[in-house]
Design a binder for this molecule. Sequence first.
Ligand SMILES: *Cc1c(COP(=O)(O)O)cnc(C)c1O
Length: 386
Amino acid sequence: MHYGSRQVNSLPPYLFSVFQQKKKKLQEQGIDVIDLGIGAPDLPTPPFIIDRLVEEAGKPANHKYSPYSGCLEYKQAVAHFYKKHYSVTLDPETEVHALIGSKEGIAHFLSAILDPGDGVLVPDPGYPVYQSAIHLAYGKVLPLPLHEKKGYVPQFEKVKAADWEQAKLMLLNYPSNPTGGTVERNTFAEAVSLAKKHNLCVAHDAAYDLVTFKDYKAPSVLQVAGAKEVAVEFGSLSKSFNMTGWRIGYVVGNRDLIRALSIVKSNMDTSQFLAIQKAGAAALYSDFSSIKANNEIYQERMKEMIPALKQMGIEAAEPRGTFFIWAKIPHGETSRTFSEKVLEKAGVIVTPGTAFGSRGEGYIRISLSVPTERLREAVQRLKKIE
Ligand SMILES: *Cc1c(COP(=O)(O)O)cnc(C)c1O
């Protein structure tokens, strides 16, 4: 690693890769490992989206560079979705920008708005990519604590005065990876009003916006009056339409923030393949029955997993969103030792909570995005531990 920059060489090791190495070793010994650490849907992309891709892939007009901010059809589809689903009006030309997945968008957004040393309030526990991307953009991670007792809503009152001062941006993510925590619109209203008070902006990562259960409908930060003055929202087709490998997402909201991101992106990439954008538009214009069917499958899987955990003395609540179960492990164990034990004794990978920040200690994350038979097998094996 002599050639990496200081920022690259000082990135903390990715805890996921440690478990992946162990998985490989066990598999080499002929042991069947069930990986419940996976953060991507196992189910296939709905056929109507694939059909549109195939159709568009054959058209020479789609073989050219896309406009930097995405093609109009895709941006209009995003605006249509916001209107229909959230009653939020967006100008497709200035308030919507296509992304090559929201991960790309978030990383480039950070380098577009941060000066060296600028602080970013980051949910802890939260998606680990935020911390790495902030580090690579020379920013400083400031903790925004989430707590089980408060239902994992941000504990704004725990943020130090100096951190409010240093922060240029607040990152939020609901439904939340890894906790499955969800919020109502008032949490976003509070975030927007604090952002205005302390002169910072808000970026909401809505990767699981449509992966929700029963009657729960996840709000958009842009539903808050005046949110567009300070906020952007990142969206993704990855989780809701089982399209992780397609790399298609969007950012919506404040046009100045989007313009800053667009300047970085236009020097880095030339947007996604037009045929993929058009297939993405078909997804966003659809009736979402494919999402409803997926969500029912996740709920069935949840019903198998939660009682099995209970039998092991692990209490976990049914989340209202995401395909993750965030579970508290028995006393006297650390996330790391417990996860290692589950892998060694049952050949099942679960993710230690500390992979998502120090406040993840005492928890594990279990992904429900594995085929139901495999999940049943994992449940049987977990029940036999101890
Ligand atoms: C999966 C995930 C993403 C990345 O989504 P892409 O659009 O595929 O890049 C972003 N945020 C969270 C919280 C995720 O879990």
